[in-house]
Write a protein that binds this ligand. Structure first.
Ligand SMILES: Nc1nc2c(ncn2[C@@H]2O[C@H](COP(=O)(O)OP(=O)(O)OP(=O)(O)O)[C@@H](O)[C@H]2O)c(=O)[nH]1
Ligand SMILES: [Zn+2]
Length: 297
């Protein structure tokens, strides 16, 4: 019996990654009867029947579970944005940070196209502008700046993927496919074609699959970039902004929502530059959304 991770279910079979190869697996009878809902990410035990085929004999309990897309045991989410072209959508980034944290998954922010950004900012007619990475680093998030073209930063990020199940999220055109390919370089699978990310049908199907990448498993998650904030109470939103933590109990009102209330310490911290203005603005935008959603329950 060997242990592996389920990559995807397809055409009545399950594909399981174990011992550095992909096995085409059928289910043992008693699982079939229960109409078991195995998910990508599930840790399973398989019994080989040949070099490439095996039978699933059992599954471990899930540690966590992401819906939309359905993946089990996700360790971390790579939130991918380009440093330039397209300009990073920080409202979406802040939204994704909330969604990921809400699901109990560690966020890792990845800014791509460092080569483009450097070329632009080093040109004689451009004003030097600090990039937003440091804002997020100071809050405590893990941030990588990479170039999929030159390979800068890729090795460091690759280390973070080893032995982990990661999901990729981010808008179109930021370089998710390129990043996946850059991370995969030099590591070829022995069996199975699932290591190659297929362009075709990727966004048209709701099918999720995990792919072997840099010693770990990675899923692309187009649906995860959903614009909706998780269901929460308005007073819980500030808890998703870690940099508010040291101020939020110093407001005049203990029920302060850090919006229009007088003597709000978060607003004061924003005014004197201790809290980023865009982050605070997004907080206020999101607050209105959370309040509007509350009314619909
Ligand atoms: N200069 C530069 N170009 C990049 C980099 N990463 C990606 N690109 C280019 O950006 C474009 C979009 O890259 P993709 O990898 O297709 O982006 P994606 O996020 O997978 O896009 P979708 O499939 O629409 O979700 C392509 O023309 C890439 O060649 C980078 O680090 N530097
Ligand atoms: Zn306040």
């Amino acid at each position: 019996m060997i242990e592996g991770v389920l990559l995807k279910g397809y055409g009545g079979f399950y594909y399981v990654y174990a011992e550095d190869r992909v096995w085409e697996c059928s289910l043992r009878g008693r699982f079939r009867i229960k109409d078991q809902d195995f998910l990508p990410g599930d840790r399973v035990r398989i019994l080989p029947e040949s070099n490439t085929k095996a039978r699933i004999e059992g599954a471990e309990p899930r540690l966590n579970f992401l819906s939309r897309p359905s993946i089990a045991n996700v360790d971390q989410a790579l939130l991918v944005f380009a440093m330039t072209s397209p300009k990073p959508d920080l409202n979406l980034l802040d939204r994704l940070l909330i969604q990921v944290t809400y699901s109990g998954i560690e966020p890792i922010i990845v800014f791509t196209k460092l080569d483009n950004y450097n070329a632009e900012t080093l040109s004689p007619d451009s004003k030097p502008q600090p990039f937003v990475s440091d804002i997020y680093r100071r809050i405590g998030y893990t941030v990588f700046e990479v170039s999929n073209k030159t390979g800068t930063g890729i090795a460091e990020l690759r280390n973070r993927l080893e032995e982990k199940i990661s999901v990729l999220a981010g808008p179109s055109g930021v370089g998710k496919s390129s990043l996946f390919n850059a991370l995969s370089e030099g590591k070829q699978l022995k069996t199975g074609e699932i290591s190659q990310k297929s362009q075709r049908g990727r966004h048209t199907t709701r099918h999720v699959e995990l792919m072997v990448c840099a010693g770990g498993l990675v899923a692309d998650t187009p649906g995860f970039s959903s614009l909706f904030l998780p269901k929460m109470k308005r007073e819980d939103l500030a808890g998703y902004f870690p940099e508010f933590e040291e101020y939020r109990h110093k407001c005049r009102f203990s029920s302060c929502l850090h919006d229009k209330e007088p003597d709000c310490s978060i607003k004061a911290a924003q005014e004197n530059g201790e809290i980023s203005r865009t982050r605070y603005e997004h907080y206020r935008d999101f607050l209105q959304e959370v309040i509007a959603a509350e009314r619909r329950y």
